[in-house]
Ligand binder design. Structure first.
Ligand code: PEP
Ligand code: MN
Length: 336
């Protein structure tokens, strides 16, 4: 249920409503907008009728049931768009944000070189995996804590905030101590224990759509994080499995405007894992800007032919610079 406060409601009235919601056994999630405050009351759906009584409390304008299964992720529960801060960078606001870097952290030189390329091209956030969820147990599994330390050092040297994947609930503490944003990868989108754990973190979360999850399931996964107390969630479309085999996955571009209409959370696109080949990354990135994404996460490697993971889909520095030039041109054209 959403409790909509009157626009002249006082702070005291808002606090009293929050206390009342909690006194009847629900969790209150206030969202303070420019015009008015709305309070999401989340809990057992079976006795939600009791929440209608909130209409008689001072400062309350009305109550509205949320019919969607996701509540806090829904547009109704939040006025305007959520803007997520990753270090000093804001995602979901007016600026299109590019996150770039290698699939995996391989060495200090490799990550530092990648970060210089990312920065020179104009990317605002550095990516790099230290815990890699690999299809084969014989593939490189990541440098783990040693990789996180490198990520942290490179971030300090280049002043780029960072995002890195966490695959295990037991590792959330260590990953959040080194990185600015936690990534939940496609394979873990329905790892509910992991979602609850990152929901308790103070760091923002980049939640990737699974290769077989529907848009509604993705939003339900976001709901796990939001309802555990972390409001800083960014959604990422990274391609889904279809009958098509010419690309690694099929980029579901329509997910971007659909998500934008259903949720207030920022939506970014990962063309690299969708395409599986560097050749398609630039055209898909152009489409991502045009379709209204808030940003991109793209794999870049100083020497893709030597990459230990996802080399085939990683852009060489020159291709990355070309991509960034093209994106700037499209962004300018779209603003006119
Ligand atoms: C990655 O970002 O390197 C990754 C493993 O992505 P996904 O979870 O989308 O496959
Ligand atoms: Mn990868």
């Amino acid at each position: 249920m959403i409790i909509v406060m009157k626009n002249q409601a006082t702070e005291k009235q808002i606090e009293d409503v929050i206390h009342w919601i909690e006194s009847v056994g629900y969790k209150a999630h206030p969202s303070i907008g420019v015009e008015r405050t709305v309070i999401g009351a989340v809990g057992d759906n079976r006795d939600k009728e009791i929440l209608k009584y909130a209409e008689s409390l001072p400062g309350v304008e009305k109550t509205m049931p949320i019919l969607k299964p996701y509540k806090l992720a829904s547009r109704e529960s939040h006025e305007g768009n959520t803007v997520v801060s990753v270090g000093s960078i804001k995602i979901g606001g007016p600026e299109f944000v590019v996150i770039a870097g290698p699939c995996a952290i391989e060495s200090e030189e490799q990550l530092l070189e990648s970060a210089y390329v990312a920065k020179k091209g104009g990317a605002q956030v550095l990516r790099g995996g230290a815990y890699k969820p690999r299809t084969s147990p014989y593939s490189f599994q990541g440098m783990e804590e040693e990789g996180l330390k490198i990520l942290n050092q490179v971030s300090a040297r280049t002043s780029l905030p960072t995002v890195t994947e966490v695959v295990n609930p037991a590792d959330v503490n260590i990953v959040e101590s080194y990185a600015d944003m936690l990534q939940i990868g496609a394979r873990n989108v329905q790892n509910f224990a992991l979602l609850k754990e990152v929901g308790r973190s103070q760091k923002p979360v980049l939640l990737k759509r699974g290769m077989m999850t529907t848009i509604e399931e993705l939003l339900m996964s976001a709901e796990y994080i939001l309802s555990a107390g972390n409001s800083q969630v960014i959604l990422c479309e990274r391609g889904i499995r279809t009958f098509e085999t010419a690309t690694r996955n099929t980029l579901d571009l329509s997910a971007v405007p659909v998500l934008k209409s259903l949720t207030h959370l920022p939506v970014i696109v990962d063309p690299s894992h969708a395409a599986g080949h560097w050749r398609y990354v630039i055209p898909l990135s152009r489409a991502a800007v045009a379709v209204g994404a808030d940003g991109l996460i793209v794999e870049v490697h100083p020497e893709p032919e030597k990459a230990v993971s996802d080399g085939m889909q990683s852009l060489k520095p020159e291709k990355f610079y070309q991509l960034m030039d093209e994106l700037r041109a499209i962004n300018t054209a779209m603003r006119h």
